[in-house]
Design a protein around this ligand. Structure first.
Ligand code: SAM
Ligand code: SF4
Length: 454
């Protein structure tokens, strides 16, 4: 890939896990009552058809990784588990009281933080508690994130028995100097062990998270990480660009300075080499940052144009309503977003008052709903289209004229009422989405809010 293209397009930009992106939510137009009305509408429309999704945030980690952008609370004190699960179940019961019938749960994702911080018995109590108010939908899909350093055979077995078939493990990079710098010492045999256990127990989709652009990371490190990864053959791979956002997450134990990070061309080379090796090893590019073997359901969904993307990442099935439980979780009713408080103390306090711990959100207007669909099409199918009746909006000509330059650079092909992203354009999908992002165009951010797009 040409250096000049990288220099041209490497600008701060959103990752588009939602549209509008969180900094552009119109909080003055949002109330918890409006959120309740829209999720009830969404529930009525979808519960008996596809069912609903649950994202459950489990924020605790035993040790702080200094690259991490997730919402987490570091502690070695495991007595926090029971209080937190009690609060999660209280929150769930408040939602269930607002539903008109028993919810059918199609998807559960346990994210973090570190879900495997919790003991197998507490995880069981959580899942059983959720289903004391709910049914499992047909072809349900339950997944969780595991830390290779603390996932036990018993946890994997218990979650399997509870219906979980997908797990993803955080790997990042195997080089010792990188691991030291990010304060995350995690030998290969730990990852190998948990991957083998998951296969042996019967998990049908095992994922690894790898990051490029970490401090001190070299091409040789990415090659070695890819080779080791290939020897374990996970079904899916997330290959993330390191999002360096120190202005949001400062922390003390960082073993690196800004100068130790590979930048621009150097960083892009790490991505290029990683991507080449992934392709050589049989992994297909699914969407932004995600790769899968042909046997994985995510690949099949991408082939059938059924891929969906939300705050949980890419999914093979689309549900209209996703309820996010736990501190900092985001819920999505398609018509609106709502986010819970990020403070654990406030989360407990608000639930004590029998209130939903939602502190902000956004109600989508008609224009938002149209743009949202375009951004989903671009990030999931690498193309989008419109006609006079459907998905047209007044600014389309302006968007197209802005995209002209990307067309000249062979990143996209503009056809009548349609744009397609080329192979060369795939790394720039965030930039292409930005051309559709009317909120961003109308008001560029005053501060650094986003990581770099490339
Ligand atoms: C919640 S963690 C995964 C589970 C577990 N806590 C662990 O670390 O193994 C989610 C994933 O987000 C990714 N991630 C976190 N911070 C990131 C950042 N600043 N840039 C890119 N990816 C990041 C990492 O790949 C990480 O594995
Ligand atoms: S990467 Fe995972 S284990 Fe490390 S701090 Fe972030 S959430 Fe916790």
């Amino acid at each position: 890939m040409s250096t000049s293209l990288i220099q041209k397009y490497n600008v701060p930009g959103p990752r588009y896990t939602s549209y509008p992106t969180v900094p552009y939510w119109n909080e003055s137009n949002f109330t918890t009552e409006k959120w309740m009305a829209t999720f009830q509408q969404s529930f009525e429309e979808s519960n008996s058809k596809n069912g609903i999704s649950l994202y459950i945030h489990l924020p605790f980690c035993e040790s702080m990784c200094t690259f991490c952008g997730c919402n987490k609370r570091i502690t070695k004190n495991h007595s926090v588990e029971e209080t937190y699960i009690k609060a999660l179940l209280k929150e769930w019961s408040l939602y269930c009281n607002l539903f008109s019938e028993r919810p059918n749960i199609k998807e559960i994702h346990l994210g973090g933080g570190t879900p495997t911080f919790f003991s197998k018995n507490n995880l069981e109590q959580l899942i059983n508690g959720i289903f004391s108010y709910a049914n499992k939908a047909e072809n349900y899909e339950f997944s969780f994130e595991g830390h290779p350093n603390n996932t036990t055979y018993e946890q994997l077995q218990k979650l399997y028995d509870l219906g979980f078939r997908r797990v993803s493990f955080g790997v990042q990079d195997y080089a010792e100097k990188v691991q030291k710098a990010i304060h995350r010492i995690q030998p290969f045999h730990n990852v190998a062990k948990v991957t083998f256990w998951a296969k042996e127990i019967g998990y049908t989709s095992i994922g690894h998270d790898i990051i490029f652009g970490l401090p001190f990371q070299t091409i040789e490190d990415v090659m070695d990480t890819m080779e080791k990864t290939n020897s374990l053959k996970p079904d899916r791979l997330a290959f993330y660009s390191y999002a360096h956002t120190p202005w949001i997450k400062g922390n003390g134990q960082r073993g690196f300075n800004d100068e130790d990070l590979p930048k621009d061309t150097e960083k892009r080379q790490l991505y290029e080499i990683g991507k080449q090796l992934l392709s050589k090893n049989g992994y297909h590019e699914i969407g932004m940052d995600h790769f899968a073997l042909a046997s994985d359901s995510l690949y099949k969904a991408s082939q059938n144009q059924e891929l969906h993307r939300n705050f949980m990442g890419y999914n093979a099935s689309k549900t209209q309503l996703m309820i996010g439980l736990g501190v900092s979780s985001i819920s999505d009713s398609w018509y609106s977003f709502a986010q819970n408080t990020k403070s654990l103390e406030d989360y407990y306090q608000i639930l004590e008052w029998d209130k939903l711990p939602v502190i902000k959100g956004h109600i989508l207007d008609e224009e938002d709903l149209i743009i949202r669909k375009h951004i989903l099409n671009l990030t999931c199918q690498f193309e989008t289209s419109w006609n006079n009746q459907e998905l047209y909006f007044d600014e389309i000509p302006a968007v197209l004229s802005e995209l002209k330059e990307m067309e000249n650079d062979n990143l996209i092909i503009i056809e009548e009422n349609k744009i397609r992203i080329t192979e060369a354009g795939k790394p720039f999908v965030r930039n292409i989405c930005m051309a559709f992002d009317l909120h961003l165009k109308r008001k560029s951010p005053e501060n650094n809010l986003f990581s770099m797009t490339v």
